[in-house]
Design a protein around this ligand. Structure first.
Ligand SMILES: [Zn+2]
Ligand SMILES: [Zn+2]
Ligand SMILES: [Zn+2]
Length: 294
């Protein structure tokens, strides 16, 4: 029973962490979208895929740019052009119709023997709905969102996951849901901050998260497939975080220590590995968001 209890409390803790992390990231991504930075993520949210011009044989990106410059771009609305590995160039357009026009101009003018022009699939964004105070099925949640929030009547929504959580001091558990939502509604829903479900006005957060291993606290694998040592989030020791006996107030993040050691980065390591300020976590989340975008 002990194991179950501790894993339940661990799950609650994870969920609280995820919620506070996504809150922060939501603010950052909204700020970025407003300030015009982070175009590719903002475009991904609008459902505009980037265009990738990739040379079949490795060459400098400057060479790719020279070939691109031969094409008249005067009437194309381009948000951003960036260089990638092996000479690839990524083009972010202003709208889906601009993206289509740019793509066909590239297809007409670039040598097909030399370049591949591709358009990666843009993944569906996710929202996290918290504090649902009744137990609904996935279908009930979707139906209630559509019925009670008029602008979403015809939206295409999919409930990916529902999980139970009990916050300290609360007599009854509440539920949270992760929901896939069309690009065109995503920012609107985040800006509205809440959605009505049954008798509740549930807070909405960006549901994009990074997968984290709860054994070693590393990213993008699960504890089931983890071949690293158990690691404490506070002191890096080989024990569970909740059984940490380190009484000093100092915390040290194992992920950041690894990055300092293995990559020679100059990072502040004095924080809990679950901290939303952790530079390695922020980096992983950024990469995950780019994966949604391009
Ligand atoms: Zn691990
Ligand atoms: Zn410890
Ligand atoms: Zn860290």
């Amino acid at each position: 029973m002990d194991r179950v209890d501790s894993s339940t409390s661990e799950l609650c803790k994870q969920k609280q962490e995820i919620i506070s992390e996504v809150k922060k990231v939501t603010t950052i991504s909204q700020e970025k979208a407003q300030s015009g930075v982070g175009v590719s993520y903002a475009n991904a949210l609008k459902g505009i895929p980037p265009i990738i011009v990739r040379p079949k044989n490795k060459q400098a990106a400057e060479k790719t740019r020279v070939d691109l410059n031969k094409i008249d771009a005067s009437d194309m609305k381009i948000d951003r052009v960036s260089n990638k590995n092996n000479g690839a160039v990524v083009i972010n357009a202003n709208s889906v119709s601009d993206k289509d026009r740019i793509k066909s101009a590239l297809a007409d003018n670039l040598n097909k023997e030399v370049y591949d022009i591709t358009e990666p699939k843009v993944n569906t964004p996710k929202i996290l709905l918290a504090h649902i105070n009744a137990e609904y099925s996935e279908t009930e949640i979707i139906n209630k969102i559509k019925a009670q929030n008029s602008y979403l009547n015809d939206a295409s929504l999919k409930c990916v996951k529902i999980f139970k959580s009990r916050r300290s001091g609360e007599a009854f558990p509440s539920f949270s849901a992760i929901i896939e939502i069309e690009h065109k509604f995503f920012l609107q829903v985040l800006e509205s901050k809440r959605l009505s479900i049954g008798w509740d006005r549930c807070p909405v957060y960006d549901g994009q998260t990074v997968r984290r291993c709860y054994k070693c606290l590393g990213f993008n694998h699960s504890s089931n497939s983890c071949n690293k040592k158990l690691r404490c989030s506070k002191c890096m020791g080989e024990h569970k975080s909740e059984s940490c006996t380190d009484s000093s107030q100092k915390e040290v993040c194992g992920n950041c220590c690894d990055a300092v050691k293995e990559l020679g980065l100059n990072l502040d390591v004095a924080h809990n590995a679950f901290s939303r300020e952790c530079p390695v976590y922020i980096r992983k989340l950024k990469l995950e968001k780019q994966r949604v975008g391009c």
